[in-house]
Design a protein around this ligand. Structure first.
Ligand code: NAD
Length: 379
């Protein structure tokens, strides 16, 4: 079975989907691997390392896309590359199938099996393939490091002959994978941390990391069967904003990570709340790429509004691309290995399997994913 990894084309993307360690593992299982030349350069992996791991390194991107039985990438593919793929080829990448209708339709027309990494179920069995978590974890860390760098204060309390410095106050809104890592990182640096999430189940985790959980009585909020937050009603949103305003006004650094799976992120920090924050304080909006949690954030930019710095930088995991690539590559490699048939030495697709049922979007010339079909039916 021929597996091909093309270079990422997105401007500024330093991560690579496949590192040499994963190549070596898959080659050992009998896979034939080809990578586009320069695949891992930006994240520190020379072509020679891929060759040493057993891959063929080639400049012939289009040729290999046409020959490969399986294509492994990180970001969604350019739509014009779908027609190059072999019928029945398996294409694995982030895909944003909730919004990328034309891309999904192109996969249907080309008869390609499209696997979406963001749709891997968040189950214990699939944990090692969970790329949303591996990347969000790093994003949470990076958000704190950027925040600490932009702040004009230190994080920890310092008792010195020149006086006592109070610890910085960090407020984290949204306590999923990124939020938990942000709490842990800010605590390690000595900040006083508060956190809030609409899912009350996370309170215990917040406390166990040494942070304070901000309690807001929103009434019934709940979560979906997959553990994702449900959208709040307009009344609940108003209540949440009122409570958040008080904590934001006292914070030095606010990190927002609140997302609604497959939908635009909710606006939580309003213009008025930004205006009430202290001069010199910082907000890192980790949801900037999915619409933003903060009014006034600009994607990929840093802007200062009323003395408050709003950081809307995208692709935070890409700032630690060595680890992000290594982890994403393990996620991909684990997916391939989990379904590897040692007799045929090939990836064995069974779309009735629980994990694959969740993440295979297109197969055999059809849109086969029930969640995405449901979204389309409602649209
Ligand atoms: P996410 O990126 O979708 O959202 C981040 C956080 O924002 C979530 O905790 C969500 O509840 C919160 N949020 C949404 N709206 C909000 C609002 N208005 N105000 C405040 N917070 C808001 O979440 P994620 O990190 O992808 O995690 C989603 C779920 O999946 C969690 O329950 C997590 O524990 C679970 N998970 C399970 C596994 C596993 O079991 N293998 C692995 C990873 C994640």
């Amino acid at each position: 079975m021929l597996i091909f990894a093309p270079k990422e084309l997105h401007p500024g993307e330093n991560r690579t989907p496949l590192v040499p360690d994963t190549v070596a593992k898959l080659v050992k299982r009998g896979a034939e691997i080809a990578v586009e030349d320069g695949l891992g350069l930006a994240s520190g992996h020379a072509d020679a390392a891929y060759a040493a791991a057993g891959a063929t390194v080639t400049p012939d991107r289009a040729g290999l896309l046409g020959k490969a039985d399986m294509v492994l990438r990180l970001r969604k593919p350019p739509i014009d590359e779908i027609a190059l793929l072999k019928r029945d080829a398996v294409h694995v990448s982030f895909l944003d199938p909730f919004n990328e209708h034309a891309l999904v339709d192109a996969m249907v027309s080309a008869g390609v099996t499209g696997i979406s990494m963001e749709m891997i179920p968040r189950t214990t069995l699939a944990q090692k393939m969970d790329a949303l978590s591996s990347q969000a974890n790093l994003a949470g860390y990076v958000a704190v490091i950027i925040g600490a760098d932009r702040l004009n204060k230190v994080f920890p309390m310092m008792m010195t002959p020149a006086g006592t410095i109070a610890p910085s106050r960090v407020f984290i809104i949204g306590v999923g994978v990124a939020g938990l890592q942000a709490i842990a990182t800010a605590r390690r640096l000595g900040a006083r941390v508060e956190a809030f999430d609409t899912r009350p189940v996370v309170e215990e985790q917040v406390l166990s990391l040494g942070a304070k959980f901000v309690k807001v009585d929103l009434g019934e909020t709940g979560q979906t069967k997959d553990g994702y937050a449900k959208e709040l009603t307009p009344e609940q949103q108003a209540k949440q904003r009122e409570a958040m305003a008080k904590v934001c006004a006292q914070a030095d650094l606010v990190i927002t990570t609140a997302q609604l799976f497959g939908r635009k992120a909710p606006v939580i920090v309003t213009k008025e709340m930004v205006a009430s924050m202290k001069t010199g304080s910082v907000i890192v909006d980790l949801a900037a790429e999915s619409g933003g949690n903060v009014e006034g954030t600009v994607l990929d930019q840093e802007v200062v509004v009323n003395g408050v710095r709003l950081v809307g930088l995208g692709n935070l995991p890409g700032r630690v691309c060595a680890n992000a690539s290594q982890m994403y590559s393990v996620n991909l490699g684990s997916l391939v290995e989990h379904y590897w048939d040692k007799d045929t030495k090939a990836f064995k697709l069974n779309i009735e399997d629980d994990i694959l049922k969740g993440c295979v979007i297109t197969h055999g010339g059809e849109l086969c994913n029930e969640t995405i079909k449901g979204i389309r039916a409602k649209a």
